[in-house]
Every structure is written in structure tokens, then in C-alpha cells.
Design a protein. Structure first.
Length: 127
């Protein structure tokens, strides 16, 4: 019998990772809800953070109805608590710094985009 894997703290970046922001609104990247739901259902912590600050992260989660899966919202800070085990971000430097998965910048609405679902699959491994 295999031992259960320890839970991970998985942090999603906001702009150009979770959402395509515009001056008027923001469009949620396809697969975001399902990716978060799958990671959460596997027993991991799901967090959202942004250089735009904690309030901006909270507003984004609320605006897109992600609250059921999100354990916390934060400013993107090196001493965030709990610390990230895995980040999902469009900034390669931060992925290198914290460890995680690089996604392309979500810079236009694209209903065929599946990157967040692919990353969730890589985090969770085979079903």
C-alpha cells in the first residue's frame, strides 16, 4: 500500500495566467474552474496571488466564482504564508524561483485553450 502524498500549496497567478484582463473587464481562462476543482478535490491547497495585491486577487476570485476552490488570496510576496510548493504563472522567472509550471500568456480570449487543465493533470499525475 502506498503512502498518501503530502498536500501541496498550489498558487495561481492572476493576470495573463487565470484571466485576460482588459480595462473594462477580465475573461477567465478556459479550464480554470475545473483545474482548481481537481487540484482541491485531490486534497491540495489552492491559492491565488497577484502583484496587483490581495484585494485584486480577492476581487478576481469573486468576479469569476472561484471561491469554492480557493483557500486564500494574497499579494505576490516572497514570504507568503503558507509558502507555495507549486506555482502556475506566465512569468518564467517566478516559475524558476518558486518551482512550478509555466503557461503561455493568456492575452486574448481563446475557448480552445487547455493549458490550465494540462497543468492540473501534470500536478496530479495519472488518474
Amino acid at each position: 500500500m502506498s503512502e498518501p502524498r503530502p498536500s501541496l500549496n498550489v498558487y495561481f497567478d492572476v493576470d495573463h495566467t487565470l484571466v485576460y484582463p482588459t480595462q473594462a473587464a477580465s475573461a477567465l481562462r478556459p479550464g480554470a474552474r475545473e483545474a482548481m476543482a481537481r487540484i482541491k478535490a485531490a486534497g491540495h491547497g489552492v491559492y491565488v496571488w497577484s502583484a496587483g495585491g490581495q484585494t485584486y486577487s480577492e476581487r478576481t476570485v469573486e468576479r469569476h466564482g472561484l471561491g469554492a476552490w480557493v483557500d486564500g488570496c494574497f499579494d505576490k510576496h516572497p514570504r507568503v504564508d503558507p509558502p507555495p510548493d507549486v506555482i502556475i504563472d506566465d512569468d518564467w522567472y517566478l516559475v524558476e524561483k518558486y518551482g512550478g509550471y509555466l503557461v503561455s500568456q493568456y492575452k486574448a480570449v481563446n475557448e480552445r485553450d487547455r493549458e490550465l487543465l494540462d497543468v492540473a493533470g501534470r500536478i496530479l499525475g495519472p488518474r
